[in-house]
Design a protein around this ligand. Structure first.
Ligand code: COA
Length: 149
């Protein structure tokens, strides 16, 4: 995909949090999801927040964090997890997620973090395509159970 010169990616700042939570929306994965509430997000370390802009307008964000000894991968130690990746619908398909992921890969390489994780639903073809194209491989499947009570 061609690089759009109008797209920039930069580190997040405290004054980005309102945009990020507005974009993410109030319905988080859990009642305590930090991305769904500006005050909760303000309590999260900002080092892994990346903001994409298109011609100076907010277009999307990526959030990653560094961890040790992930419970879901026995024997692994230092790692980074790409936790959130969202591009505003009107800016999708222009390579903005790709630019955010490229910057994430650059940041973790600079920090010499040897192992990276990301998870997405098997129905999310856009995300799966992007992650696999930059070198991620599926290694663990999670089953979502459902029961009507
Ligand atoms: C997934 C998402 C971040 C992609 O953002 P985007 O800026 O539109 O993605 P890009 O334009 O950078 O495209 C990245 C790659 O995905 C491909 N792609 C984009 N939409 C696609 C789709 N619907 N189906 C298959 N591939 C798709 C692009 O073609 C591109 O690959 P290519 O360079 O090989 O052609 C965006 O759709 C989004 O925010 N979705 C809602 C939130 C979400 O699902 N986040 C991921 C959760 S893990």
């Amino acid at each position: 995909m061609a690089t759009d010169p109008g797209v920039t990616v930069r580190s997040g700042r405290p004054d980005d949090l309102a945009q990020v939570t507005r974009h993410y929306g109030p319905l988080g994965d859990t009642p305590w999801d930090p991305f769904a509430d500006e005050r909760r997000l303000a309590a999260v370390p900002l080092e892994g927040l990346l903001i994409a802009e298109k011609d100076g307008n907010y277009a999307g964000f990526l959030y990653w964090f560094e961890g040790r000894k992930p419970w879901f991968d026995k024997g692994a130690d230092q790692y980074a997890r790409l936790e959130e990746l969202h591009v505003r619908p009107e800016f999708q398909g222009w390579g903005i997620a790709q630019r955010l992921v490229d910057r994430f890969l650059q940041d973790v390489t600079e920090r010499r973090i040897p192992l990276l994780y990301v998870a997405t639903d098997e129905t999310n073809q856009a995300a799966a395509h992007l992650y696999e194209r930059v070198g991620f491989h599926p290694f663990l499947r999670t089953i979502h159970y459902r029961k009507y009570a």
